[in-house]
Design a protein. Structure first.
Ligand SMILES: [Zn+2]
Length: 419
């Protein structure tokens, strides 16, 4: 495909405002799915679509070469983040533009650009009749809202069971000359705690020293969960944390800071209570709500952590205080053993294209689909991608370096034909 032709097609794809957090733009998600379906059909892929009412379609494209060939599966997502704040964009977000050897546009880096690279690479091999492995593409439209239907929908497809290795193409390189393979992710579990100590706010001059203050109770609890920057003090919280060897820490240090990747963390995400206007109002608030979350590392289990946290809260809050707790957003951590043939061969390919080679890394974030694929199918999940750290994902002026964009197409073509 000529670069001008790629630019034109990619422009059509970026133009579709497939913002999954915006219900008013649901038709754009359907439009994006239809765009991809047509592209896959043009490549002679079989396309299966799974969808729940009101959920964006999960597209599975399949190209079978021979039953005894390997089956490699590649995941990318076509939904994007909202474009705001609009005033900070130097070009219209849904118009693909080019400046300083970068492509700009909402979703170009996360993850429409990668998805498009997969299509272009496949097209080149299919047209030349030189594809050597069976390919399956999984294209999701709900990644940015936490993949709520992915686990259910993916299991409707029987062909996924034949996959030998999964590639999640939604990551970044270290720099133009250094690629990365991610083999681990943190998990997450979130809580909302609501305390109520009285029917109404009370006068502090009248009731001070006499009644409980819910904000004080929350503050005490939070300080008991974690006092220093690193250590979480909930009993047995660290029991299941996978031992990490000195060798692995050394390996990870080559990729930068390790603390966010190898340790669990506790974060207070927000507190709402009492008077927040200007000046001061001398009240004892009647209620307080706090949201907090834990990032988990391999092999912590979010359900076990939930139990430990609930237990801890129960013990810390005075018995007479009424409280409600909600749990949400739970995802398992991911850890893929580096000692497997697909990771080794993929690293070899990357070394051919990146002068300074490849780094192995874990991410501090969570990607639900990666963890789900690994848990359900027990095959290696390899996380790669070609954007650089200056790609402004989720932010204004999102961009993809042009050189890396075209290099990525070549790399993917080589991975498709791994022997
Ligand atoms: Zn993404």
């Amino acid at each position: 495909m000529q670069r001008s032709e790629i630019f034109k097609k990619l422009s059509d794809f970026i133009k579709i405002e497939s913002v999954s957090t915006d219900k008013n733009r649901f038709s754009h998600l359907l439009k994006a799915a239809e765009f991809i379906r047509k592209e896959l059909l043009a490549l002679d892929f079989k396309v299966d679509i799974y969808q729940k009412k009101e959920s964006s379609p999960l597209l599975i494209g399949k190209k079978t070469i021979a039953s005894k060939a390997k089956t490699l599966c590649f995941y990318a997502h076509y939904d994007v983040q909202p474009e705001d704040p609009l005033k900070d964009w130097q070009s219209p977000p849904f118009e693909l533009s080019e400046k300083n050897n970068r492509y700009f546009g909402r979703g170009i880096a996360d993850d429409k650009g990668h998805l498009f690279q997969l299509l272009v690479s496949a097209r080149e091999l299919v047209k030349a009749n030189s594809l050597k492995n069976n390919l399956i593409f999984i294209f999701e439209g709900e990644e940015e809202i936490g993949s709520p239907n992915f686990e259910e929908l993916i299991q409707k497809d029987d062909d996924i069971k034949n996959v030998d290795a999964f590639y999640l193409v939604d990551m970044e390189v270290r720099d133009k000359e250094t690629a990365k393979i991610f083999y681990g992710l943190r998990g997450i579990v979130g809580f909302e705690l609501k305390l109520k100590t009285a029917e109404n706010d009370l006068h502090s001059g009248v009731f001070g020293n006499l009644v409980d203050n819910p904000v004080q109770i929350v503050a005490n609890l939070l300080s008991k969960i974690k006092s220093t920057r690193l250590k979480i003090k909930i009993p047995r919280f660290y029991d299941k944390v996978r031992k990490i060897s000195k060798g692995e820490i050394q390996l990870l240090k080559k990729s930068g800071e390790v603390q966010a990747k190898i340790y669990p963390s506790f974060d207070v995400n927000g507190i709402v209570a009492g008077f927040t206007g200007e000046g001061i109002k001398t009240i004892i608030p009647s209620q307080a709500t706090v949201k907090f979350s834990f990032r988990l590392v391999p092999d912590q289990d979010p359900r076990e952590i939930q139990e430990l946290v609930l237990d801890f809260i129960k013990k810390q809050i005075p018995k007479k205080i009424a409280y409600e707790i909600k749990i949400f957003h739970s995802s398992n951590p991911l850890y893929v053993n580096l000692d497997n043939e697909f990771i080794k061969k993929t690293a070899q390919v990357l070394r051919k294209y990146f002068k300074k080679g490849v780094l192995f890394d874990r991410s501090g974030g969570s990607i639900a689909s990666a963890e789900i694929l690994f848990r359900l199918y027990k095959k290696p999940v390899i996380l790669i991608g070609f954007i650089n750290p200056e790609s402004n994902i989720h932010a204004p002026n999102e961009n993809f370096d042009k050189e890396l964009f075209f290099k990525g197409i070549e790399v993917l073509r080589s991975i498709f034909n791994l022997s």
